[in-house]
Design a protein around this ligand. Structure first.
Ligand SMILES: Cc1cc2nc3c(=O)[nH]c(=O)nc-3n(C[C@H](O)[C@H](O)[C@H](O)COP(=O)(O)OP(=O)(O)OC[C@H]3O[C@@H](n4cnc5c(N)ncnc54)[C@H](O)[C@@H]3O)c2cc1C
Length: 620
């Protein structure tokens, strides 16, 4: 501070001293020159120091880059090691699974059964599958708490197949106070139809044998018998690529051709033998884990066998080298909208594809049933009327209070509320914890159901001229063979032609009329699109139109569109492998609640109704 003071004073004195006599030009020039060289010196110093900095920065940068590179290399090395470990774990899991199956008891189907002509083998396999005395295996289903007394107030949310069927069973059991609450103004949920060209166009099919304890007796009771028809399985045409220039194949041929392609073989009989052999292997595995299940929903397997539930259907196929059955599995899953075999957990395969199911629908090609000019949607209001079931429409449950008394207070979007002693949730399962007021059950259910997800389905009813169609029912290879759902048409169905048995020749040559007398020059059918994405209505229609234009379709009109955004609620691969299906069953009856419907077990009418029957028969 002091020093600064002296310097300033000294400079001021010089200034005044200089000021006394005028400086000469040469002095000024010298000073300027000095100043100039001083400034230049300083700039030079600064430049040099900047260059030094820059060099050191560059050094640092390249050393950083080296570090990053070496880190990346290390990361890659770790990644490779990780992949290798994963592969060896998978390999070990595969070996474990094979060993478990190997040591899980006697095979039902032996090598002896696989000797003979294909016809003889098929006969022996059918004999074993349908008539062998095999008991169900696994943990028996435990008793389930139900409503307290016959006059207990029971509230069922959802007037879909699951809710209506459950209400019907409870009323038949003697429960007098059963109410269904439904957010829409109709009964049926996913079951519906559209009336076009004088025909009631349904989209539901079933199989008499598999639905014999569920849907079939109801259809008999309510007088649907005369309207039930069989599909001719041979009238389903597969277009291997979505291109009318590559000829279509009948479904049986398509299965054999897929196996020939898979194994790079040219002999169809060899492909058929492979199918029979792998059918036997599938049956042996199934029977060893689950025995012969009482319902399609099997008992929880022995903990040792839980390893076999890990992965997708495709993982299972690869693990047990069952590639010859891929086409059947794709048939059951891809076409019916149950996801792709590359994404769906293998537990769902076991639930739906029992050996008997694979034998009948895959190998014996037993026809499916459906109705001509009628719809299953007519059944559910009849059940409600028959049992005089109280139904409240336009009641969208928007939150649920669990009262201290153990009762439930259900609040609707419209501000009304209803109180029940026992709550049966027949909507999408995951919606329940979202709507519950905070409580322990909410947390438990949230955790149990959190991985459930679903996808989008659109059924469009179309009319068009000139479209190249080889049969009333057609399946499209692009979507059928894909490992994902991309919204391209999967299957279409001319309900009138299939329902009235129009021959292939007449169908191709437009030699029939629709029920209202209109000409077959314009054909009307529904077409199903499935999507893992959320498609817009415009995208869906555009994809559809472009698809049929490739088959020469002209004058295309979309007459009606039905859309569902929560189709096939299902657990993800990890959760399904942990046995969440059985955890949910074990939850049933806790705190006076049941959860039923497609998301509790499997998205089809038989599984839903069998599950309802299972709860009722184990109810205490
Ligand atoms: C195109 C298509 C084809 C099919 N084909 C077949 C087939 O051939 N064979 C077969 O067996 N199955 C088939 N299915 C599947 C079958 O229709 C379903 O598995 C079954 O109908 C589902 O019944 P659900 O009661 O579980 O659910 P849903 O039918 O979805 O019923 C749930 C009900 O709950 C109501 N709801 C939901 N949330 C609330 C709320 N918060 N408050 C009040 N109400 C609520 C809904 O409005 C709905 O009515 C098909 C489905 C579709 C879409």
């Amino acid at each position: 501070m002091k020093l600064d003071y002296f310097v300033v004073t000294f400079l001021i004195m010089i200034f005044f001293a200089e000021g006394k006599k005028a400086p000469s030009n040469s002095k000024i020039w010298k000073k300027l020159q000095k100043l100039d060289s001083f400034v230049k010196e300083k700039i030079k110093d600064a430049m040099e120091s900047l260059e030094d900095h820059q060099e050191s920065l560059e050094d640092k940068q390249s050393s950083f880059e080296d570090d990053i590179l070496s880190l990346e290399n290390k990361y890659d090395e770790h990644d490779e090691k990780f992949d290798a470990v994963e592969l060896s774990i998978q390999d070990l899991e595969d070996k474990l699974a094979l060993a478990i199956v190997e040591n899980a008891g006697e095979d039902l189907i032996t090598d002896q059964d696989l000797q003979g002509t294909p016809q003889e083998i098929l006969g022996k396999l059918a004999q074993k599958v349908f008539f062998s005395p095999v008991e169900p295996k696994g943990t028996p289903f435990k008793p389930v708490n139900g409503p307290n007394g016959n006059d207990s107030r029971i509230g069922i949310v959802g007037a879909g197949a699951g809710g209506v069927h459950m209400a019907y069973l409870l009323k038949q059991k003697g429960f007098t106070n059963v109410t269904i609450l439904e957010k829409s103004n109709r009964v049926g949920g996913l079951v519906g139809h559209v009336d076009l060209r004088g025909t009631r166009m349904t989209y539901h099919i079933w199989n008499d044998r598999f639905y014999q304890k569920t849907l079939v007796p109801l259809l008999d009771k309510f007088g649907f018998g005369p309207d039930i028809v069989n599909t001719t399985r041979d009238h389903t045409l597969f277009w291997p690529t979505n291109d009318a220039n590559i000829p279509g194949m009948w479904s049986g041929q398509f299965v054999i051709a897929s196996v020939m392609q898979e194994y790079q073989i040219s002999d169809p009989s060899l492909a058929y033998q492979l199918i029979l052999k792998q059918f036997a292997e599938y049956t042996n595995i199934y029977i060893k884990i689950f025995g012969k299940p009482e319902t399609t929903f099997m008992r929880r397997p022995d903990p040792l066998y839980m390893t076999l539930l890990s992965g997708t259907i495709m993982d299972f196929v690869e693990r047990f080298s069952l590639q010859a059955l891929k086409s059947f599995f794709r048939n059951f899953f891809h076409i019916n909208g149950y996801g792709t075999i590359d994404t769906v957990p293998v537990t769902y395969l076991f639930i739906i594809v029992t050996p008997g199911y694979l034998m009948e629908l895959g190998l014996l090609r037993i026809p499916y049933n459906y109705m001509n000019n009628r719809s299953l949607q007519e059944l559910f209001p009849m059940m409600i009327e028959d049992q005089d079931i109280n139904t409240i429409f336009n009641f969208e449950v928007s939150f649920i209070e669990k009262l201290g008394s153990g009762k439930y207070k259900l609040h609707s979007k419209n501000g009304t509320s209803e109180e029940y002693d026992f709550l049966i949730w027949a909507g999408t399962p995951f919606d329940l914890p979202q709507l519950l007021y905070p409580c322990d059950m909410k947390n438990y259910l949230f955790d149990l159901l959190k991985t459930q997800h679903s996808h989008y389905v659109t059924a469009s009813f179309l009319s068009m001229k000139n479209s190249i169609r080889g049969a009333p029912v057609q399946v499209y290879g692009k979507q059928f063979l894909s490992d994902t759902y991309e919204n391209t048409p999967m299957v279409d169905y001319d309900v009138h032609a299939a329902g009235t048995g129009v021959s292939i020749e007449d169908y191709i040559s437009n030699n029939f009329t629709y029920k209202d007398g209109s000409s077959a020059d314009v054909k009307t059918f529904w077409s199903l699109q499935y999507c893992f994405c959320e498609p817009s209505e415009e995208e869906t229609t555009q994809t559809l139109t472009e698809h049929y234009e490739k088959f020469n379709g002209t004058d295309i009109s979309v007459d009606a569109v039905l859309k569902w955004d929560q189709y096939f609620p299902r657990w993800n691969v990890e959760a399904a492998a942990q046995g969440k299906h059985w955890d949910l069953y074990d939850f049933q009856g806790t705190d006076n609640v049941w959860i039923i419907g497609g998301g509790a077990v499997f998205e089809n009418l038989n599984s839903i109704m069998e599950y309802n029957q299972l709860l009722i028969s184990n109810m205490i």
